[in-house]
Design a protein around this ligand. Structure first.
Ligand SMILES: C=C(O[C@@H]1C=C(C(=O)O)C=C[C@H]1O)C(=O)O
Length: 272
């Protein structure tokens, strides 16, 4: 029998932000098959049962059925995140139309929350398809995430919000964009251990990963290292969990998630 067919299927985000989380997972001894995709697609694949575990947008955790958070590895931030931005063509208070990056689910909801709750603006929404050029989009404001937010084409923005920075300044809490989530009834002890070791190894090798990846993303090694080290945050601790619940609270308030969900964190001995 084909060994690959027996391995659990794990899906990770295809952006630069995930490189430290998947450090060393390309070896034959990795106890699962690993595929890469946009965050929104990973959420859809997990809910369809095409993946067993995936690094899904945090908002999707609250939309899923009996999902479990299986590790304390995540994509988060404690301040400016650099790769999640709204570009405003009009002053934020005057925004009538907002285009949302189709790769995103968490930041799409976060953009709606920040506009509605912070400044009372509820724009009409449109999709910004993956691969499309933001210059062809006529919306008053555009949300971009991931690699394309790092090098956006020059548009006539009058203001830019870094959504990590805006959230942290507003709430005083960290923000959690994505975490490793399993469908119910999937045995994940071995997977979780491997994912946490990968993250820990990634943290110890940030410089090496930055050196390897920077040029592929038209960055200098030091810009790439700074992104990994100072913008992104890869641990889901008590403060991050509080940030996640605050975000969930606002999402429920705006009708973006069902009420009454309590996160299930797998075995505390594993997810420290
Ligand atoms: C920091 C980021 O976090 C992400 C944003 C996500 C979202 O908005 O749904 C999901 C996963 C992460 O890739 C980023 O993409 O730049």
């Amino acid at each position: 029998m084909n060994d690959v067919a027996l391995k659990p299927r794990v899906g990770a985000v295809r952006y630069l932000n995930t490189k430290p989380l998947v450090h060393g997972l390309d070896s034959a001894s990795t106890p699962f098959t690993l595929s890469f995709d946009y965050p929104a697609h990973l959420a859809d694949q997990l809910s369809l049962g095409l993946l067993d575990v995936a690094l899904i947008p945090s908002i999707e955790y609250f939309l899923g059925d009996r999902y479990r958070i299986i590790t304390d590895a995540c994509i988060g931030c404690l301040g400016p995140v650099w790769s999640v931005k709204i570009f405003f063509r009009t002053p934020p208070q005057q925004v009538k139309t907002l285009a949302l990056d189709e790769g995103s689910r968490t930041s799409a909801a976060l953009a709606k929350i920040l506009l509605a709750e912070k400044i009372g603006v509820r724009p009409d929404l449109q999709a910004l398809p993956l691969g499309s050029d933001m210059r062809d989009c006529e919306a008053n404001a555009i949300l971009l995430i991931g690699d394309r937010a790092i090098h956006p084409p020059a548009i006539d923005a009058v203001e830019v919000w870094d959504l990590g920075e805006t959230w942290v300044e507003w709430t005083g809490l960290p923000f959690v964009f994505a975490m490793w989530v399993a469908r119910p009834a999937i045995s994940t002890e071995v997977i979780a251990k491997s994912l946490m070791e990968a993250r820990d190894g990634g943290m110890e090798n940030l410089e090496m990963i930055a050196e390897r990846e920077a040029a592929k993303y038209q960055l200098t090694t030091s810009e790439c290292f700074h992104y990994f080290h100072d913008n992104l945050h890869f641990t889901l601790g008590p403060q991050e969990k509080e940030g996640l619940m605050r975000y969930y609270h606002y999402a429920v308030q705006l009708g973006l998630a069902p009420s009454g969900r309590t996160p299930i964190y797998d075995d505390c001995k594993i997810a420290r």
